[in-house]
Ligand binder design. Sequence first.
Ligand code: HEM
Ligand SMILES: CC(C)=CCC/C(C)=C/CC/C(C)=C/COP(=O)(O)OP(=O)(O)O
Length: 319
Amino acid sequence: MRPTVTATETVRRPRYETGQVGTLARDWLALLKPRVISLVVFTGAAGMMMAPVRIDPFTALVSIFCICLASGAAGAINMWYDRDIDAVMQRTITRPVPAGRIPEGEALAYGVGLSCLSVCLMWMATNTLAAAILAFSIFFYSVIYTMWLKRSTPQNIVIGGAAGAFPPMIGWAAATGHMAVMPVVMFGIVFFWTPPHFWSLALYACKDYGRAGIPMLPVVHGARHTRWQIFLYTIVLLAISLVPSVMHLSGWFYTCVALALGLGFIGCAIRVLLEPQDKDGVSLKGDKAARVSFRFSLAYLFFLFCGLLGDHFLRLWGF
Ligand code: HEM
Ligand SMILES: CC(C)=CCC/C(C)=C/CC/C(C)=C/COP(=O)(O)OP(=O)(O)O
């Protein structure tokens, strides 16, 4: 059942400029959440490059394009379904569907159409395993996370985070046609990265989520509890990120990168924990530490996977 949104505060709705082709194209692009796609695609490409086989450049490009399409399609379905809550959150009110610039039916058709296209193309270009995981990721993000977990439990992104962790496995499967330990470890890294990534943002977007009636962790259990959870997850993340080193899947270069980034992320989490706050844990400093932690999370994942790739190629070239 679709919960009723309780809008208790009014939010500013921007003026819509009509008749501009560029503006319209930007809206269709915005439906795909392009900045999120960039990192999702990078993790998928990293999974593909870590695979111990040669994949021909054309197939590699098509596979990466399919991950890009699928991630965007899932984002469009997410924005179609969430149009009611996006319309009451300051952060999302300008999105094309709640702002009325793209009709909801067209957004849904776009998301479903691109989903089918991405899976079919992946299947034709690579193999059944890669296409199946791709289809499952779309289903997991748009149905399991968006339609079910997001509105029903504060553990929504812990479980739902699996959707965003599949791309390295998809990349690997596209290159090899089977699974192995390395892509599963990469899945684990993204899986445990997602909670500190998202909860850092949730700390400063808490009012928005509360207004929309979404049970995000800080809304349900408060900011103090969320700060501790971020800290604990960064510790678990450091441990998981060292699994490739412990299992001798990576060498000294990756170990150094993972240690430095992991300690950096824990440092951010400690700053979030110690930030001046009121008795409920609400920041007295405009959530500065949480904003830094969110930005760091993005850099963390990018550079950690760069570390894995760097190590892989260093070893391949005999260093
Ligand atoms: C279910 C898991 C996830 C949740 C709930 C989540 C949540 C969010 C939210 C709410 C934002 C802010 C978006 C906005 O303001 O429009 C964001 C930004 C971002 N997320 Fe995540 N995220 C998840 C997983 C991922 C994954 C797996 C990746 C990539 C591997 C990722 C990459 C990014 C990037 C790059 C941004 C910045 C976008 C920008 O600059 O506008 N996220 N995330
Ligand atoms: C290949 C494939 C299908 C990949 C999917 C990748 C994936 C799960 C990305 C999640 C990214 C994201 C911004 C989630 C936020 O959703 P939200 O609805 O909580 O955030 P919002 O409030 O900004 O809409």
